[in-house]
Design a protein around this ligand. Structure first.
Ligand SMILES: Cc1ncc(C[n+]2csc(CCOP(=O)(O)OP(=O)(O)O)c2C)c(N)n1
Ligand SMILES: [Mg+2]
Length: 1038
């Protein structure tokens, strides 16, 4: 037994790195030409001794042979050599060579044994056949499990029965069943004889069907395998390459009689089904013409979720964060999260006014947060449902990020207290790429939430689209296989089977802390929404659905027949819940006003006043004392641990940093260090995530030092700054934007006291995360009254790198700002700039100095409210000798400068200035260089707009008034239809009451963001500089 287990353990696949190592060391040259496909794809036809299940074994032999041809039996060696040499199918195998003299005695002995027991061969073969049969059920049993409650569809889109299992798709058709049995046994696939059916076989350790028995008759083995794998539960798990995990699952599903429920449990299940079903019926009665994306056909979802939560609570979880789409959302809010019913019902009242700023996103999108006692476990539990846009699956990474943050803040490093549950529709789960991106975050150290339970409402349709047109994979859940998550398919018309898999899923999560999927195979009783006619497109399916008895009725009849409840008790349960609904409905009529803030998914206790207002409307200085700046600078330029060897190039970088600190200056990287380091001192957690952020795409940051002599030994100096500082997390992400940005947004949602930043590798890559930007970041507060202080760092700049790496598309962010270009706000208002920030949907900045970058990062936290911050960050300026700031610009009393006015000779004699150029970001350095070269420092003033939005009307008005004779021009390096021009021009005109034109100096409109030709780039740059400094150029237009 022990020996067998060790062998099995040895057969576990090698890890990727092991594989690379062993293969590259020992691989014979000829191996590259071995035709795997020819050998294993048609094994039965090709080589008589190869079969579907033995091909795994052959592969293992092959791998061993690749490593060392002598490690396998001579016959395998010859076989593989012949195959590699191109032997046609069926001829590669040769009988083993004659044995050597020395072993003749042993052979004689063995032969005498065989002759003495003529059935030994058959016995061994039969046992192997039975093992193969068991394994076939474990691997493919789910393909024939009866998963579709309608009995007309195949959950795996395939009606055939796998060739190596006995099960018949139609169990009622005994003739078919017998025929398969005959085919596979009597001289068929397994070479068993009909008489073998009553023979007793020893069971391998990889099955639990025996219970206490170690051997069973074949007939019973088949029956038990059928029971475990081919009834209402289809278990997909054999792709998991961990023996312990596979054994755990086998034990959960194969052990005879394991799926037992007490009468108490059955009654609870029935009561939950009553609530789920009657809730939808109530809504249908009261608002028959309203869309609600009802749950009819998958009412079992409510008890399913409750079971997962009960079981998880029992295992120590006290906070569950959920994300879900439209289907059944109201029901989940009412019956899982336990939102007050009147709050749900009043959402249907179209006459109610909104009390708060939220645009009151439709009721099946709002989030929720609720703390209560779990009645089953008698433990406190907090449930939160994240608000979601209509973009299916977009909330997945957000839920994960929020879960990670909650785990982080309560020190739950193993996910024992906080967990996430994600719900999906079948079409969306298969179709949306974000699902895959989110799965890939699930096991990364800085992103894992230690297992998410996924529940798919697999109603076998997506709007009007049939699954056969909606996916190429057998199941909608196949995406989960990439992370080795077990998948439990279950027929939703069998509520007990559903409860069982939900229990196992919750146990799996708390045992292995890995993702798991529950696939509720169900149907959709109505159209996509209650107004839709499904018969247009799915006539036959819907004919069947019309005949389908609701699951509540079926289950109630079953329990009545079992004597678990009686009819009056059942009816009383129904009328009790109906009464609850009616009473809540009556109360909902008293609601005069809709409070969107009641639908907050992440309250920030203590951050706002009790009525949700900021505690002040001012922002203190964002400057720091010289001591703090110097201390952070010194740590940033050192290696704060002993015996740690860094790369020579990095030593030079740190030395340069040290010199900057001595000279009291900072570059971009050091400014960022100062901002982060000081906030950490103040107890603010900082999390910087994105592709290659640890070093920095442009090799300027180096927040993680790597010991050059010790593998994987790293040091993060930022975490060595202060005693009792807040922790700093800096993490290279997977190569995803949509998933990772969504994740960080979710992380930022959990607490206002953290600076969460996502950096795009190049700014243009943010567009693969556009959905998160458009649906959450830009309008999140307006839709869901939820603030969020996430920071986006978007490297941007025209530097001749071509159209792909130049533009972070500022025009798009600016176009989505909610300030009015044509209305001049009241500039005399006290705290004008803070009020402006409070009213905006996000802040957009492009800093031209490291000092200002430092200030805007600190301001993000020192503000008494939270807004998303979009920063266009530089590339060449990271190393530009002029792009430095003195400590003087960062001392106490200093602030972020929304506008940096001209402060050179032009500002001394403003009346002589002919042109006032406005610009933002890097082009400032090109402009000042050119102005100096043309000796025009007295004639042209250059003012930088650092905060583009909200627009600094007040400061710009002062600038314009300072230069009465100057023409105004906007200069940008981006093409005219891009960049900032369309945003800035009307606002500048509004600032000056349209008294003067605002001219344009920049590139012409273009389709692509930048040219890929360096020479053209430079020519274009020179042309825009010529325009900027040609004082006659606009004369002809005036
Ligand atoms: C990203 C995205 N694309 C398209 C839609 C429009 N849409 C709304 S529901 C739906 C069908 C969803 O089917 P499924 O995921 O199976 O959920 P079900 O409605 O069947 O519960 C579609 C296409 C959407 N909401 N989001
Ligand atoms: Mg569907």
């Amino acid at each position: 037994m022990f020996h067998l287990r060790t062998c099995a353990a040895k057969l576990r696949p090698l890890t990727a790195s092991q594989t690379v190592k062993t293969f590259s060391q020992n691989r014979p040259a000829a191996a590259r030409t071995f035709q795997q496909i020819r050998c294993y794809s048609a094994p039965v036809a090709a080589e008589p001794f190869l079969s579907g299940t033995s091909s795994n074994y052959v592969e293992e032999m092959y791998c061993a042979w690749l490593e060392n041809p002598k490690s396998v039996h001579k016959s395998w060696d010859i076989f593989f050599r012949n195959t590699n040499a191109g032997a046609p199918p069926g001829t590669a195998y040769q009988s083993p060579l004659p044995l050597s003299r020395g072993s003749l005695a042993a052979v004689a002995h063995a032969q005498s044994l065989v002759e003495a027991q003529p059935n030994v061969d058959k016995l061994v073969e039969d046992h192997l056949a039975v093992q193969s049969l068991i394994r076939a059920y474990q691997i493919r049993g789910h393909h024939v499990a009866q998963l579709d409650p309608l009995g007309i569809l195949d959950a795996d889109l395939d009606s055939s029965v796998p060739a190596d299992i006995i099960s018949s798709t139609d169990k009622l058709d005994l003739a078919v069943f017998k025929e398969r049995l005959r085919m596979l046994t009597v001289g068929g696939f397994y070479g068993l004889d009909e008489s073998d059916l009553d023979k007793v076989f020893h069971l391998p350790t990889t099955t639990f069907i025996g219970g206490q028995e170690s051997a069973l008759p074949l007939r019973e083995i088949i029956r038990r395998l059928e029971m475990a794998y081919c009834q209402h539960i289809g278990v997909e798990f054999m792709f998991i390459n961990d023996l312990e995990q596979c054994q755990w699952i086998r034990q959960k599903f194969e052990t005879p009689g394991i799926m037992q429920f007490t009468n108490e449990e059955k009654r609870t299940l029935l009561a939950r089904l009553v609530r789920s079903t009657r809730f939808e019926e109530f809504l249908q009665r009261k608002w028959s013409s309203e869309k609600r994306f009802g749950l009819e056909g998958c009412e079992v979802l409510i008890p399913a979720l409750k079971t997962i939560i009960d079981k998880s609570s029992e295992n120590g979880v006290d906070y569950v964060i959920m994300g879900m789409p439209h289907r059944g959302r109201l029901n989940v809010l009412a019956n899982v999260i336990r939102k007050e019913l009147e709050q749900i019902f009043c959402q249907f009242d179209s006459k109610l006014e909104a009390a708060d700023e939220g645009s009151g996103d439709v009721k099946y999108h709002l989030g929720m947060y609720h703390r209560r006692i779990n009645r089953v476990t008698d433990r406190n539990i907090t449930l939160s449902l994240v608000a979601n846009p209509s973009h299916l699956e977009a909330a997945d990474p957000v839920v994960m990020g929020k879960t990670k943050a909650e785990q982080f803040y309560c020190g739950d490093t193993e996910g024992k207290k906080v967990m996430s549950i994600l719900l999906h529709g079948d079409a969306a789960f298969a179709g949306q790429g974000i699902v895959y991106e989110t799965f890939h975050l699930s096991d990364l150290p800085s992103y894992t939430t230690h297992g998410t339970v996924h529940v798919v409402v697999n109603n076998q349709i997506g709007f009007t689209t049939d699954p056969r047109m909606a996916r190429s994979s057998p199941y909608p859940t196949d995406v989960a296989r990439v992370v080795n998550a077990p998948i439990f398919h279950v027929n939703s018309d069998d509520p007990e089977a559903v409860m069982y898999v939900c229990k196992v899923a919750a146990e799996w999560r708390s045992t292995f802390h890995k993702d798991v999927v529950v696939d509720l195979v169900c149907y959709r009783r109505n159209g996509h929404n209650e107004m839709d006619e499904p018969m247009f497109t799915q006539p036959l399916m819907y004919k069947q659905i019309r005949k389908q008895k609701p699951v509540l009725q079926k289950y109630a009849e079953l329990l009545v027949s079992q004597g678990v409840v009686n009819q009056p008790e059942y009816e009383e349960e129904i009328s009790k819940y109906d009464k609850i609904c009616e009473e809540a409905f009556a109360r909902s009529k008293d609601e005069k006003i809709l409070h969107i803030k009641h639908w907050l998914d992440s309250p920030w206790p203590g951050f706002f006043t009790l009525d949700g207002q900021p505690r002040s409307m001012s922002c203190p200085s964002t400057g720091l004392t010289e001591d703090i700046l110097t201390h952070i600078g010194n740590v940033a330029s050192s290696v704060p641990v002993e015996n740690f060897t860094i790369h020579g190039g990095l030593s030079r970088i740190l030395k340069t940093r040290g010199e900057m600190v001595k000279n009291r200056t900072v570059d971009w990287a050091l400014a960022e260090y100062m901002a982060f380091g000081s906030l950490l001192k103040e107890g603010i957690h900082i999390r910087l995530s994105g592709q290659d952020v640890e070093r920095g795409t442009f090799s300027h940051r180096h927040h993680v030092l790597h010991d050059q002599n010790v593998d994987k030994r790293t040091c993060i100096p930022m975490n060595h700054l202060w005693p009792n500082q807040a922790p700093y997390t800096v993490c290279n992400s997977s190569l995803s934007e949509y998933g990772v940005l969504g994740f960080e947004l979710g992380f930022a949602m959990a607490s206002p006291n953290a600076l969460v930043l996502w950096e795009a590798q190049f700014g243009d890559f943010h567009n693969t995360a556009q959905c998160i930007i458009d649906q959450f970041i830009c309008p999140g507060q307006a839709k869901w009254v939820r603030q969020n202080g996430i920071v986006l760092l978007l490297p941007h700049g025209m530097e001749g790198m071509g159209p792909e790496h130049s533009s972070a598309r500022p025009e798009r962010f600016l176009q989505m700002c909610n300030d009015d270009p044509d209305v001049l706000p009241d500039l005399k208002e006290a705290n004008f700039n803070i009020n402006q920030l409070y009213d905006c949907n996000w802040v957009v900045v492009n800093c031209s100095t490291p000092g200002n970058f430092f200030h805007v990062l600190r301001r993000q936290i020192l503000l008494p409210f939270r807004k998303p911050l979009i920063i266009f960050t530089p590339k060449s300026l990271l190393r530009h000798p002029e792009a430095r700031s003195s400590f003087d610009e960062m001392l106490p009393g200093t602030h972020f400068q929304r506008v940096i006015p001209e402060d050179g000779p032009a500002a001394q004699n403003p009346e002589n200035v002919k042109r006032l150029l406005f610009c933002t970001g890097k082009v400032y350095y090109d402009l000042t260089r050119e102005r100096k070269a043309r000796d025009m420092v007295g004639q042209v003033a250059i003012t930088r707009i650092e905060q583009l939005s909200p627009f600094p009307f007040d400061l710009l008005l002062k600038e314009v008034q300072k230069y009465p004779s100057a023409e105004l021009a906007w200069c940008q390096e981006e093409h005219k239809n891009q960049g900032y021009y369309d945003y800035v021009k009307p606002r500048l005109r509004t600032t000056i009451s349209r008294a003067k034109p605002v001219w344009y100096a920049g590139r012409d409109p273009a389709a692509a963001p930048a040219t890929g030709n360096k020479k053209t780039h430079l020519t274009e740059l020179q042309r825009l500089l010529d325009t900027a400094f040609d004082l006659d150029v606009f004369k002809n237009f005036s």
